[in-house]
Each structure stands twice: as C-alpha cells, then as structure tokens.
Design a protein around this ligand. Structure first.
Ligand SMILES: [Ca+2]
Length: 171
C-alpha cells in the first residue's frame, strides 16, 4: 500500500517548500535535513519503514534526487539491499560523504561476540542526480560497537539522527 504524505519545510529565507513522497507501509514518515559536506549540499532524507527517499534543495526548491534510471534515488532499509544511511568522511579529504549502509548479517540476529561487516557505499551527489560511487567495508563487533551498529541500521548524518533531529507528523 502506498500513501501520499505531504510535508513542508520552511527555509531560512522564510519560504516553505513542499514535497509529496510515496510512503510504503504503515509507519509515519520521518524527515531529516542535513548539509552533507558542510558546503551546501543539503539533502532531505524522507524515511518510511522500508526505504529512504532522497530529496535536495536546488534553486530554493525541494526536488527529488534522481538515479541513473531516472527514478527517485531510494535507500533500501529492509536489509535486502541496505539497512541505513549515514554521512561520514570515507575518503579522508575532510568533507563527509553521503553513504548507504548494508550489514552482512541482520542486526537482530547478532549477539555478543558476533561481528558484522558494514558495506558503505558513497552516494555521489551532482545537483538533483545521484549515482553510487566507491564502497568500502568496516567491521563491527558486539558489544563494543553496539552504538555504531545501532546507527548503521538507522538514518543519521554526522551528529544528526532522524530519531532525535528529524521531524514527523506525530512529533
Ligand atoms: Ca570525504
């Protein structure tokens, strides 16, 4: 089932822009806005229970970011192709990248002593276009990396987390 939810964001200039993401499943969508690289690459991540839709601010408009197939870029959250979203500097140039995260093992099946590999794929942003770039892997071990593991299954960007810094209709 697909519902359409409208959400609006008021920008610093006072303008309010709207988008209507498709939201699958029963969860209320949550929205996290973040400046990925600190240089104005503002992304708006709209998370439902199964995926995260990528929007950006361009020309003072909230616009969907399209993939190479000319469909809106989505991060899977079902575990099939992905689990979470993050922003981190993975190439060491000092500026964070937008990342899609995928665990090698479902987080819910892990117990203390287990390790899991997290594949981090860079999302190359170019205006309202996005393509998948390089990926690397990091290994997390429970219980030492419990917080990192939890973050890898949710939507964060730098210090911002969708659960605490995001907006939703019910908040
Ligand atoms: Ca970087």
């Amino acid at each position: 089932m697909v519902r359409r939810e409208t959400f609006g964001l008021t920008t610093a200039s006072g303008a309010t822009v709207f988008a209507e993401p498709d939201v699958a499943g029963g969860a209320e969508p949550e929205v996290l806005t973040a400046d990925v690289d600190g240089q104005g690459a503002v992304v708006v991540l709209v998370s439902g229970s199964r995926d995260v839709q990528l929007f950006t601010f361009l020309d003072c408009q909230l616009q969907p970011v399209m993939n190479r197939d000319n469909e809106q870029y989505r991060f899977d959250r079902t575990g099939e192709n992905g689990d979470g979203v993050a922003c981190a500097d993975v190439d060491g140039d000092g500026a964070p990248e937008l990342l899609g995260l995928k665990l090698s093992t479902a987080a819910g099946t892990l117990t203390d002593g287990d390790s899991v590999t997290v594949t981090r794929t860079v999302v190359e942003l170019d205006g309202s276009r996005a393509t998948n770039g390089e990926s690397d892997t990091v290994e997390l071990t429970l219980p030492a990396d419990e917080n990192a593991l939890e973050a890898a299954t949710t939507v964060t960007c730098g210090d911002l987390a969708i659960s605490t810094d995001g907006i939703s209709r019910t908040a």
